[in-house]
Design a protein around this ligand. Structure first.
Ligand SMILES: Nc1ncnc2c1ncn2[C@@H]1O[C@H](COP(=O)(O)OP(=O)(O)OP(=O)(O)O)[C@@H](O)[C@H]1O
Ligand SMILES: [Mg+2]
Length: 318
């Protein structure tokens, strides 16, 4: 089997506080706390590792955090290559209240501001050197300030030249640029992100915007054009037909990172042909993540979820 290689240029620590008796301006109680190395590719790589897929995470990281970030990934068994930059790694905050099942707040820190692209180029050099035909490489998340939006497109071309497949989960102008590479296996904007694609205007009704986004991706030879729609599932094109698929979650606990879990499942299926379809494994994995599961629990739930997936032709009631 090939290896999944994820690329993150704007990593973070995700700090999750679970609190009780929260009153703004008052004194509450911290029930649990966890701080994890994160960033979209780090998250996707971790989930793929939990699915049993050979994975290597490539990421920039702040120099002061290099040792710690690396040690934590090692402790989790997640293989990684880190390229230091002269900055500290941002911290994102997720706050949940024990009294409620949903997240109370999710706040995201400012990413890196880089003087030039040299650190990214070193990271990419290492990635291309290690990439083998049959691997899947994911381009994940936002670009640090100071990097040009073409950077993901150029990397996509180099990855394709190395014989590996590219899955893009990128945003804004970088999304419009990356599809120009013309050799993308899958791209999965969410409903906000699809607005960056050519031809998709804010004035379009919701279902038209999704349909135009899918056609635009297909016109750029994206093999799996996808738009993820949160709890409503994923819109996709198969044999030229627009479909909507979803996987229900009884008690949703964690919507943050659902897209990263989707990418992990999708790539796992690309690397294990003959098993579930990429869209199905993406949905099943995202649903298990949203249910709050990890590791062996996540794997077990993915198997169950594969039997719960529903698909309709068209975009349903969207
Ligand atoms: N509440 C939910 N119930 C069931 N499935 C969900 C729910 N929320 C998300 N999902 C699943 O996760 C997938 C990705 O979610 P979403 O569209 O929110 O991604 P995203 O915005 O890229 O998320 P992120 O960037 O935070 O990882 C959806 O296509 C769906 O399959
Ligand atoms: Mg996303």
């Amino acid at each position: 089997m090939g290896t999944l290689r994820t690329v993150t240029l704007n990593p973070s620590y995700d700090d999750h506080f679970e609190v009780a008796d929260l009153t703004w301006g008052g004194v509450g109680r911290v029930v649990s706390y966890r701080s994890q190395p994160a960033g979209k590719g780090v998250n996707a790589g971790r989930t793929a590792h939990h699915l049993g897929i050979p994975t290597c995470v490539y990421s920039l990281v702040g120099t002061p955090d290099l040792e710690d970030f690396s040690a934590r990934l090692t402790a989790e068994g997640v293989e990684h290559r880190l390229e230091p930059v002269e900055a500290t790694t941002r911290h994102n905050l997720t706050l949940t209240q024990v009294e409620a099942s949903t997240i109370a707040a999710h706040t995201v820190g400012d990413g890196f501001h880089l003087p030039d692209r040299s650190a990214a180029d070193s990271l990419f050099g290492r990635l291309i050197q290690e990439t083998e035909p049959g691997d899947v490489v994911t381009l994940n998340g936002s670009l640090p300030a100071g990097l040009p939006p073409e950077i993901w497109r150029d990397l996509a071309r180099d990855v394709a030249d190395a014989g590996a497949r590219v899955v893009a989960d990128v945003q804004f102008t970088a999304l419009a640029r990356v599809v120009e590479a013309g050799r993308i296996t899958a791209a999965k904007p969410n409903e906000e992100e699809l607005l960056a694609l050519p031809g998709v205007g804010r004035d379009l009704p919701r279902r038209d915007a999704v349909a135009v986004a899918l056609r635009t991706l297909a016109d750029h030879d994206v093999e799996f054009p996808l738009v993820t729609l949160g709890p409503e599932g994923v819109a996709h094109l198969a044999d030229g037909v627009v479909r909507l698929s979803w996987c229900p979650v009884e008690v949703p606990r964690k919507s943050v990172g659902a897209g990263d879990a989707f990418v992990a499942g999708l790539c796992a299926a690309l690397l294990r042909p003959g098993g579930p379809a990429p869209v199905d494994l993406g949905l099943a994995t995202a649903a298990a993540h949203v249910a709050g599961l990890e590791r062996a629990d996540l794997r077990r739930q993915v198997a169950v979820n594969l039997g719960l997936i529903r698909t309709v032709e068209g975009l349903g009631s969207l």
